[in-house]
Write a protein that binds this ligand. Structure first.
Ligand SMILES: *Cc1c(COP(=O)(O)O)cnc(C)c1O
Length: 358
């Protein structure tokens, strides 16, 4: 039995997306691929208001997260962390043999412009990483305010993970001035996993060319050279790129403003439901995610047994991530999610909660 996914990634996939993936295969050096590639990268540029290239990487998001630091850190990297994914990025940076320091906010709290300013004012860093929407805690950090600070540090590469926020909230990479803005597609894009996308500024591409030891698979120069011919360095996940073209068309048909409004409305509805059940919200006020809501578990609810009961009914639930597993739970409301999907979940949970509560 398929369990309907109420986990924050991979998300439940609409049938029409799978159908888009069933188109016949083409060779990636054939002109049919170039046409597809062009349509998709054009759509992504429009989505992000980006005049610089947007690349397609056949990898999960962590591939590009690793690639970005390998291409853009020549001196020392400042990794800002406030949860599991941003924390892991620090680990990944070190494992690449790159010098790095971590600057942490508490889980549940955002990265602040002040934190970024204090760290970068030391002059020790030529790159910084941060996660816009921490999927482990449901915290969305104030990216526009941080971007203001970054304007004062033009020599520090500004590398942002928007894996679980891209397409759900407005992201104007030209206004933000990011050097790399990246996302995987199995979250807010509503696609099966296996593809990541990223924008790279002119400044980033010029710097990458002068950075030693950046390898091959994630070499920005290779991406750029091939993208000029509407192509990728190595064989891409063509079926997923068909699906991406389909999802982008759907997004533009819905209207981006409507899509953003839908996500914020679903977030408010979920926050309210969590509070109505007597739970509290994990993320601090003012920085709550529009794509998933993290609730703080209470003393009397056994999330493991709730999850088991839901599984028997055909639903996959989340019971927290990393060090806050079981002390929190996350409810996703991203990609193709509607209010009806939430109503279905809430009805199920209202029925099952008494049995999981002591
Ligand atoms: C899911 C997620 C990742 C990891 O993505 P993979 O596709 O598993 O590499 C990274 N960052 C954030 C914020 C995420 O939500």
């Amino acid at each position: 039995m398929h369990k309907k996914l109420y986990i924050p990634g991979p998300v439940e996939i609409s049938r029409d997306v799978f159908e888009a993936m069933m188109q016949p295969m083409v060779g990636h050096r054939m002109k049919e691929y170039a046409t597809l590639h062009h349509e998709v990268t054009d759509g992504l540029k429009k989505l992000l208001n980006c005049n610089d290239p947007v690349f397609l990487s056949t990898s999960s998001a962590f591939g590009v997260m690793e690639g970005a630091v390998r291409n853009l850190v020549q001196k020392r990297c400042a990794n800002f962390t406030n949860g599991a994914f941003s924390g892991k990025w620090h680990d990944v940076t070190l494992r690449c043999g790159i010098e790095a320091d971590r600057f942490s906010a508490e889980w549940g709290e955002p990265i602040t412009p002040e934190m970024v300013d204090v760290a970068l004012a030391t002059g020790k860093y030529d790159a910084m990483t941060m996660v816009h929407n921490e999927t482990s805690t449901g915290v969305m950090s104030p990216l526009a305010e941080i971007a203001e600070v970054m304007r004062r540090y033009p020599d520090v590469s500004f590398i942002v993970d928007t894996v679980s926020s891209m397409t759900a909230v407005p992201l104007d990479v030209t206004a933000l001035g990011t050097d790399v803005c990246l996302a995987g597609v199995q979250k807010a894009f509503g696609l099966p996993p296996g593809l990541a996308i990223f924008s790279a500024s002119r400044r980033a591409l010029d710097k990458a060319r002068r950075t030693p030891g950046r390898g091959y698979y994630f070499d920005f120069e290779e991406f750029e050279k091939n993208d000029l011919k509407d192509n990728t360095p190595s064989t891409p996940c063509i079926s997923l790129i068909y699906a991406m073209a389909h999802q982008l068309r759907k997004m533009f048909d819905e209207g981006l403003d409507k899509r953003y409004a839908r996500h914020s409305q679903l977030a408010e509805k979920t926050q309210q439901w969590i509070l109505d059940q007597g739970f509290s919200l994990f993320a601090a006020e003012g920085c709550r995610s529009h794509t998933l809501t993290c609730g703080r578990n209470d003393e009397r609810t056994d999330l493991e047994s709730l999850k088991k009961l839901a599984a028997e009914r055909g639903y996959a639930l989340d019971n927290g991530y990393g060090k806050i597993k079981n002390s929190t739970f996350r409810i996703p409301h991203m990609a193709d999610f509607t209010a009806a999907d939430l109503d279905e979940l809430f009805a199920l949970l209202e029925e099952l909660l008494p049995a999981a509560r002591s």
